[in-house]
Write a protein that binds this ligand. Structure first.
Ligand SMILES: C[S@@+](CC[C@H](N)C(=O)[O-])C[C@H]1O[C@@H](n2cnc3c(N)ncnc32)[C@H](O)[C@@H]1O
Length: 284
């Protein structure tokens, strides 16, 4: 992933959400207020101009996205289901007494910004590469700061999560926490994913949960997204944000067990897979 420039994939996910707002029926899936908040976040941060948002909101953009769905069938709508999944995980975790929410690789996601006023007693933290996090901070500055939302510009490839959180006065390593890793793990090398789960276990209290998405692994050991896998992996590689980690769902339990977590598929519920991404929840 290019560390000196704001993430293109984060911008793509956010623009996708804006266009999903124009797709009939998606209002039943998308968390309330997400389309407006995401549109505002993209413009206020300077990630895109107001004209881009106007285009993204046209119904004909829905057809454009759907026309490209042949490469990764169902992936356009999947971003909406993904947002709904993480919204529900955060709310359920808070309902079960979590007092911290940590969003790793947050991009232009608005979950923390939307939920922070509703849950004033919960501390929300977001980490992203400085290039993306600084734009986001500018956006939030314009949209309205939240006292209980802490933005952390940090490259987790350079500095360990444990050190980053330990040096943050607002972080409580004994607190029950919800960790969100949405559309992130596939971009990290395998050893970094193992290490990340271990570190997440080390910085959170009992009863914490970690919600994440991941990509299935094919027989050749690489991510498998179906018929067009080679083309998709090539496009991601040349765009500078290649997918590096994948795992078979049947191997997830053992993997989590080795890294301080328990696979908890009951908490995933009906949202097991949308498009090419699988949804996972681990608890400890
Ligand atoms: C595909 S985007 C997903 C953004 C967001 N989670 C969403 O789904 O809307 C991946 C994000 O992870 C961030 N990221 C990737 N590697 C990172 C690292 N080593 N440290 C901090 N952030 C990272 C990128 O900058 C980018 O914003």
């Amino acid at each position: 992933m290019r560390k000196d420039k704001p993430s293109k994939t984060a911008r793509k996910v956010a623009l996708n959400i804006v266009t999903l707002g124009a797709k009939p029926g998606m209002d039943n899936v998308l968390p309330p207020g997400i389309v407006e908040a995401t549109s505002e976040m993209l413009v206020a941060s300077g990630a895109v101009g107001a004209n881009t948002i106007r285009w993204a909101r046209y119904q004909r953009m829905v057809s454009v996205y759907e026309a490209f769905d042949w490469m990764m069938p169902g992936q356009f709508e999947a971003f909406g289901h993904r947002k709904a999944f993480f919204d529900r995980q955060a709310r359920e975790g808070i309902g079960a007494d979590a007092t911290q929410v940590l969003i790793l690789g947050a991009g232009y996601d608005t979950l923390a910004w939307r939920l922070a006023p509703e849950f004033a007693g919960v501390n929300f933290f977001e980490i992203d590469h400085p290039a993306t996090a600084c734009l986001k901070a500018k956006g939030i500055g314009q949209m309205g700061r939240r006292d209980n939302l802490h933005l952390i510009p940090e490259d987790l490839g350079k500095r360990k999560l444990v050190d980053v959180m330990e040096s943050n006065d607002a972080w409580d390593p004994t607190a029950q926490t919800v960790i969100v890793a949405e559309g992130l793990l596939m971009y990290l090398p395998p050893e970094a994913v193992r290490d990340l789960f271990g570190q997440c276990a080390a910085i959170t209290g009992t009863g914490s949960r970690m919600a994440f998405t991941y990509i299935n692994r094919g027989g050749d050991g690489r991510p498998d997204v179906g018929r067009w896998t080679r083309l998709v992996l090539w496009i991601l590689k040349v765009s500078g944000e290649p997918w590096l980690w994948s795992i078979r769902p049947e191997e997830l339990g053992q993997f989590l067990d080795k890294n301080g977590w328990i696979n908890t598929p009951d908490l995933v519920r009906a949202s097991g897979q949308h498009g090419v991404e699988l949804f996972g929840v681990a608890t400890r």
